[in-house]
Design a protein around this ligand. Structure first.
Ligand code: HEC
Ligand code: HEC
Length: 496
């Protein structure tokens, strides 16, 4: 990005003598506007997913389209994967071994119930108990209790120490005859931020409480982390970014003194049996789409796979009634509830959900907003572009210039967003920069605009105003913007 911008600046230098007189007579604001327009359009940025980007209608199915460069033959597998993503799992035993094994404890019955239309989830409506949470759940863990646990965490072999009774996640649903673990209750505290132009913005901060605990008390030191299901687009492209490109952005000691000290999360890859850069999840706690998929099957739906063979999902040894339930592992499914082939189809589907092209990428207001994004320091973390590596297993994703607007690194985002629950090497104040591609289509696909890891933000502006910690300077820039500049910034984000 910087190189591209400096090229533009050279053009403006040549023009300078001609423009000088005119420039002298206009206001400082107009000069910034001028500079913003010179920042200009970069060829290719209208295709955020490179050649995978699709040009299908920007309607509610816009996140469910395959990579545009996918072969005709592979489209069939993509559709098979899609049907598995939408498949509603049923409890065992059932007449069909292909769809049973749900639970015993679970949060939802299909991937699509949380990642609706491959988009993002939302917190339950405020009028609980009428609405049960689905696409927002709580991860649970406790601080290490023994030297062995301390060592395991230090070696990076486990993400966290689960609650001894409730496990790593609160499942608020269970199959018939078994109690759900409990229910999440959210209360919001409102506060106000005043912007430089006099606008007042209301922010709401959630607090969580778990009610109706059915398996005894939680550990007294239990930590919760709320997580909203993120949108699914472009995940295979993020997976195809070479480690070296991510490492090149890592600056844990802030040696370049920009106030931003991103670093990768190092997580355990069970397939490779080694520490790997985490890329998926709000704290980058998962290294690959495969790992994320098999852990979703196990913890969110309660489906075992050859990669996570226990049919009891997140049931712990203390949950004996859970372990007494019928299970669905069967030889037809590789002695699991879902076979390796089924997992591969799901992974293929998920990797190939393509980002849509950006028809508005060249509009002057969008380009002005892009320059404000750059100037406000957003792109230090929301890194505009990468080149993906070449990998025969990722034919569609190989060697593409992509525009995800993330560095995939962890950042301290301050106390306001902290969950105080570490995950691998991420602290309780750190979050991964989420990609911004497709963010302007949230309302179209999901009918809402709830943003951030817990869905507390109701607009793009609220999401920005929650930025603190390493992003405090960028947040302050936005507070200080003139109204028209702020509108341009939002227009740019909406265009992504
Ligand atoms: C109960 C809700 C729920 C269900 C069901 C669910 N997910 Fe998720 N998914 C989430 C949440 C929440 C996250 C973020 C997790 C985190 O921060 O660690 C996530 C993250 C992901 C990610 C990483 C996305 C990213 O941008 O980092 C992938 C891939 C994914 N899920 C795939 C699946 C698949 C495939 C299924 C079905 C087998 C599935 N999920 C089922 C809630 C769900
Ligand atoms: C220090 C790194 C950093 C900087 C600088 C930064 N962000 Fe972020 N941004 C993040 C992280 C991390 C999150 C996720 C926080 C969370 O969910 O709790 C985030 C979340 C967001 C979201 C919500 C995304 C979603 O999927 O819910 C938007 C929108 C956003 N940032 C826009 C901006 C804009 C605009 C700027 C510049 C004014 C900016 N960010 C500057 C790191 C940064």
């Amino acid at each position: 990005m910087r190189a591209d911008f400096s090229k533009r600046r050279r053009t403006s230098l040549i023009l300078t003598p001609v423009l000088m007189l005119a420039l002298l007579s206009i206001s400082a604001l107009a000069k910034t506007e001028e500079a913003d327009q010179l920042a200009g359009y970069i060829p290719g940025e209208e295709r955020p997913g490179g050649k995978t980007s699709h040009n299908k209608p920007r309607d509610r199915h816009v996140f469910s389209q395959p990579s545009a460069n996918m072969s005709f033959a592979d489209r069939f597998n993509f559709r098979l994967g899609e049907s598995l993503f939408d498949k509603i799992w049923v409890p065992s035993p059932s007449s069909t071994t292909a769809s049973d094994g749900l639970g015993p404890l679970y949060n939802a019955r299909s991937c699509d119930q949380c990642h609706q239309r491959d988009g993002r989830g939302r917190p339950p409506a405020a009028n609980w108990p009428q609405e049960q949470a689905t696409s927002l759940f709580l991860r649970l863990s406790i601080p290490p209790q023994t030297d062995e646990q301390r060592q395991q965490l230090k070696n990076g072999q486990i993400e966290a120490i689960p609650d001894p009774t409730y496990g790593i996640q609160l499942q608020n649903r269970a199959i018939n005859g078994l109690d759900a673990e409990g229910h999440m209750q959210i209360t919001y505290t409102e506060s106000q931020v005043s912007l430089a132009d006099g606008t007042q913005v209301n922010l709401r901060k959630p607090t969580y409480r778990i009610s109706e605990l059915k398996y005894g008390p939680l550990h007294p030191q239990v930590m919760f982390s709320p997580r909203i299901a993120p949108a699914m687009l472009g995940l295979g492209l993020l997976e195809a970014i070479p480690d070296s490109a991510i490492m090149a952005l890592s600056d844990p000691d802030d040696l370049n003194s920009d106030g931003i000290s991103g670093r990768p999360n190092w997580v355990w890859d069970q397939q490779q049996e080694q520490l790997t850069i985490g890329r998926f999840g709000w704290k980058a706690g998962n290294p690959t789409v495969l790992e994320q998929t098999v852990s979703a099957l196990s913890h969110d739906i309660g489906i075992s796979t050859p990669y996570r063979p226990s049919p009891y999902g997140d049931c712990t040894l203390r949950q004996t009634t859970c372990l007494d339930q019928p299970e669905g592992n069967t030889p037809q499914q590789d002695n699991s509830e879902a076979s390796a082939e089924l997992v591969q189809l799901l992974v293929f589907y998920t990797r190939n959900l393509a980002p849509p092209v950006r028809p508005a990428a060249q509009q002057p207001e969008v380009l002005r907003g892009k320059a404000i994004f750059q100037r406000s320091g957003c792109s230090h973390c929301h890194q505009p572009h990468f080149e993906t590596g070449s990998n025969p297993d990722f034919a569609e994703q190989s060697a593409q210039r992509i525009w995800p607007y993330t560095d995939l690194l962890l950042h301290d985002m301050g106390e306001g967003l902290a969950d105080h629950r570490p995950e691998y090497s991420a602290t309780g104040r750190e979050w991964k920069t989420p990609p911004l591609w497709g963010i302007g289509l949230t309302k179209t696909v999901n009918g809402h605009r709830f943003l951030l890891h817990d869905g507390r933000a109701r607009t793009l502006l609220e999401a920005i105003l929650w930025h603190g910690g390493e992003a405090a300077a960028a947040q302050q820039q936005v507070i200080n913007l003139a109204t028209s500049e702020r509108n341009a910034l939002i227009t740019f984000l909406e265009s992504l």
